[in-house]
Ligand binder design. Structure first.
Ligand SMILES: Cc1ncc(COP(=O)(O)O)c(C=O)c1O
Length: 393
């Protein structure tokens, strides 16, 4: 936790959104988190949050519905709201003229990969990592090459250099799909680490696409560094969205941002990509970045408490599980190898404990014996989940 900024969370203005919904109300939701598994399963898997919508977001959507403002998306309001947020929170000068509305982060990643790589070229990922990185790159006809995270789930520059050398040896193009902050480990890469990545990318001619969807969700005292803010990142891209931090996966919209030397490539993305952008999504995301700061801080305060609570619960009930509170995201990466449950402990917790976590092996190399738990729920449900996990043994 370099660059400590200890008092950056003011979570006094709003009640903690994580404690506000009962299990009964959550079970009435129709999204995948609450519907994939049977009624007796407690779901702490996919990255949805158990929160009511932030009031400014709900208001923006309600007003649009009341006005019948449900046409096509237009304009730079979302980018301007994000730029103001980036300036206030991270001191980052985001260039609105080098942004593009995209339907969501993963489709944005696909469009950028199309610009900077060709069929059969390598897409480097830092495993264990968000599973769709593999699926989307493969579906696009790219070859996924792993450069696993190193000690303490941090980026490993030596490994990255080796892989960059390998994948560019034949003269082919290559990209790094960087998860920053990192899903599933919650690692928040430091400015020094990102600067090292930019230098390596420059040396080997690898193009960096930084998925920064979890950026607003840092823990107290942890600073998020936008990839495009580090020296040498000018040919890179970032993908940003309010989707994770304000629970807006169902109101799709995201922004691709190009570094100063990559603006022409972003401008070359065909117009039809914008046809997939939801106008209601844009309105919701804009309101989140523009007016959702107090709500975000209340969530961040609640997540800080949940990270500590999870540590205490595991120490009491499942002391063999290795867990370290993450620097960001609402994900907890649990090393369950000492429990002797095999490669996929989540399967055992589901089967015998009736609690759904995400399976470690799905995140690629480094995921075996691990499970990912979604902390964005009430302290009561988090407690119940750990009791169920312990009962499964
Ligand atoms: C790292 C990461 N990228 C992308 C996504 C998906 O974002 P979108 O729905 O905007 O494609 C998620 C969702 O959990 C994620 O964790």
């Amino acid at each position: 936790m370099d660059d400590a900024i200890p008092d950056d969370i003011d979570d006094t203005a709003e009640p903690d959104p994580l404690g506000r919904l009962t299990l009964d109300r959550l079970r009435r939701r129709t999204s995948v988190k609450w519907r994939r598994y049977a009624e007796d399963v407690l779901p702490l898997w996919v990255a949805e949050m158990d929160v009511p919508l932030a009031e400014p977001v709900a208001r923006a959507l309600t007003e649009a519905v009341a006005a019948g403002d449900t046409g096509y998306a237009y304009g730079t309001g979302y980018a301007e709201a994000l730029a103001a947020f980036a300036q206030e929170r991270w001191g980052f000068d985001l260039a609105v003229e080098r942004t593009l509305l995209v339907p969501d982060v993963m489709l944005g990643a696909v469009e950028l990969l199309k610009r900077v790589t060709g069929p059969g070229d390598a897409v480097v990922v830092n495993s264990p990592v968000y599973r769709p990185f593999y699926a989307f790159a493969t579906h696009l006809g790219r070859r996924v090459v792993e450069a696993p995270l190193g000690t303490g789930w941090r980026l490993d520059p030596e490994r990255l250099a080796e892989v960059f050398r390998e994948v560019t040896a034949g003269g082919g193009r290559a990209a790094l799909l960087l998860c920053s902050p990192h899903n599933p480990t919650g690692t928040v890469h430091t400015a020094e680490e990102l600067t090292a990545v930019a230098a390596l990318a420059d040396r080997y001619g690898v193009r960096v696409i930084a998925d920064e969807i979890h950026a607003p969700l840092t823990a107290r005292g942890v600073r998020f560094t936008p990839y495009l803010s580090v020296p040498g990142a000018g040919t890179g891209f970032s993908l940003m969205s309010a989707s994770k931090a304000w629970n807006l996966a169902g109101a799709k919209a995201a922004l691709a941002v190009a570094g100063p030397e990559a603006g022409h490539e972003l401008a070359a993305v065909p117009e039809e990509v914008g046809h997939g952008v939801s106008h209601l999504g844009v309105l919701a995301h804009t309101a989140a970045f523009r007016e959702g700061g107090a709500w975000l801080d209340a969530v961040r305060g609640g997540l800080d408490r949940n990270r500590l609570l999870l540590g205490r619960l595991l120490a009491e009930r499942l002391p063999e599980v290795r867990y370290r509170p993450a620097e960001g995201t609402y994900l907890a990466w649990l090393d369950c190898r000492a429990l002797g449950l095999g490669d996929d402990p989540a399967a055992v917790f589901l089967d015998r404990g009736r609690v759904a976590l995400s399976s470690g092996p799905e995140f690629g190399t480094g995921g075996a014996g691990h499970a990912r738990l979604n902390l964005a729920t009430s302290p009561e449900l988090l407690t119940e989940a750990v009791h169920r996990m312990a009962a499964a043994l």
